[in-house]
Design a binder for this molecule. Sequence first.
Ligand code: ATP
Ligand code: LTN
Length: 333
Amino acid sequence: MEERKRALSGIKPTGNLTLGNYIGALREFKKFQDDYETFIFIADLHALTLPIEPSFLKNNTKDIVAFYLAAGLDPQKTTIFLQSDVSAHAELNSILINFLYMGELSRMTQFKEKSQKLNHEAIGVGLFAYPVLMASDILLYNADIVPVGDDQTQHVELTRDLVHRFNERYKKEVFIMPKAVKPKVGSRIMSLSDPTRKMSKSDPKGDIFLKDDINIIRKKIMSAVTDTGHEIKYDPENKPGISNLLTIYASLSDITIEEAENKFKDITQYGEFKKTVADKVIEVIEPFQQRYKEILNSGVIDQVLSEGAKRASYIANKTLRKVKKTVGLYLHE
Ligand code: ATP
Ligand code: LTN
């Protein structure tokens, strides 16, 4: 029997999940679990790359598992696990860290953005080496596809460079080439208060949080920044606010941007448009929040994680052994 292809992705538990995380990542994940062998994890080691309160990290982690399940991930089909539960991630990281270069890592947009806010002397090595650990995550499972939002595709590209370099060096196909897969619509949801910047959970400004009260969600959308015109048109350059709301609407309605534009072509009041967008967001998020609460109260999370860790470890350790052998580390009984 031909082996199924693999899909892998993760979210780091650095804060409350946003509508951007939902549209760019979370809601995409379950689309793969029927056709791919799917691995979805919590990138908790990555969350340590910037200072974080232990209890906050722990709560965020549990929350994300509940959100994964609420979004329709089925633990029978998808291996759900914590990165820190599978020690092979840290081990492969310490091998692969020798295969990426300072120059490459310093050019990563995420590193540049996050380190810019810090004093140069206090930029953590982990923040700098973030993409090495991410490459380890992907390569341990020989993932064919990596569903991510726009901001993570650069890291997947770097992983591809690493695969090429590693396989060339050892003259064999140790790793297979992964590919980033972005959602058709909504790979970069912008802040509602400043639609020129990405909606981001660790630096929230104009974010919609998945845990926000429904009335707050409506309020946030109704007061989203737009422009002075009155046309509902997709034009990210000149109408970033309207374009962002159109994207949110199209994505959650499973239609194209053009179809969304067409739906609103006779509307000339931004207020009316915003109300329809808010209704759509609430229609999707309200039952999702309900499922999330039920899951948190059901006590299934620990079991899902312990089974996930076992399955993930088995596969990850197989790859790790292969890599150790390849580079000349001595394996013995
Ligand atoms: P942080 O603020 O801590 O950097 P984040 O909100 O950017 O976090 P991540 O954990 O880095 O979220 O991302 C999880 C997934 O969600 C990734 O696949 C990422 O590409 C996607 N994602 C994050 N923000 C957005 C957004 N605004 N629009 C679409 N996708 C997003
Ligand atoms: N860097 C990702 C989280 C992440 C990830 C991965 C995503 C860590 N390892 C491997 C896909 C594949 C982010 O969302 N910030």
